[in-house]
Ligand binder design. Sequence first.
Ligand code: LMR
Length: 333
Amino acid sequence: MRKLILAAASIAALALVGPAAAQSPIVIKFSHVVAPNTPKGLASEKFKELAEKYTAGKVKVEVYPNSQLYKDKEELEALQLGAVQMLAPSNAKFGPIGVKEFEVFDLPYILPDLKTLRKVTDGPLGARLLKLLDSKGMTGLAYWDNGFKVMSANKKLLTPADYKGLKFRIQSSKVLEAQMRALGVIPQVMAFSEVYQALQTGVVDGQENSWSNIYTQKMNEVQKYFTVTNHGYIGYVVVVNKKFWDGLPEDIRGQLDKAMKEATAYGNGQSQKENDDALEEIKKSGKAEIVTLTPEQDAAMRKAMEPVYKDVAGRVGQPLIDEFLKETRGATN
Ligand code: LMR
């Protein structure tokens, strides 16, 4: 009897596996480290919606936010190993895997606004940078925005002197390290998911990030002052495992390309609003003070960080910095 039940069970299982296997969708695991209600979180959900729609369910996109699967450094390794298929790490995160050119985006005050950024990302320079990722086993698909970064601490940060001796969390970028050192800050590399606790327990004194990241991580509950420096940009490169991507049927890849294009336009079209809304929420919560700089204080911050360009030229590449500046500041450099 027992034998019979087992045999029946395996026939039933076979019957299930047969047709189900023929229809089982291609799964794209999309891992990221931020909250769902951020520019990256919303763009990844939009990509999921469109990818599943355009492929009529032949592709299933599973989005894993909030470092659920992997923290900063691990997620790139996971992509290279094929444990996940898609990510959107910030530009800074490509330095540690050997594509230091992306750190050019981290240079202080390199972008006056998002419109100027488009000239780089939508032009030949942006395309060339994406190509560099091929040798790392990944294909660069798109540039997604977050926005501009502000500084925070439990003291008011008005002039460069106010930063001296403070410990700040940074992403693992040599440019960000140089930027902090230019202010006399002791930089500490730390995964994004650990920042809130590090601020709460005083492991670090301060940090830099966009309003949407600050608000969704509740950093405004553990930092008293946020200074509107807008000193740097934080944005992402959507990458996919190259072997996986190249192995997709051409029609599916075409539909995914279309979904990515539209998700990018959607996400980049509203990233500014996401950050503006987050700032409003932070103001409403009344837990932290928002500090704005006078033109003189702003000029002093810019001056203090200017040496960073020379400090990192050897690493990022002077010709690349020059080319970037030509796009963003005009042809005078
Ligand atoms: C950070 O680590 O601060 C950011 O890169 C997080 C993110 O992905 O926006």
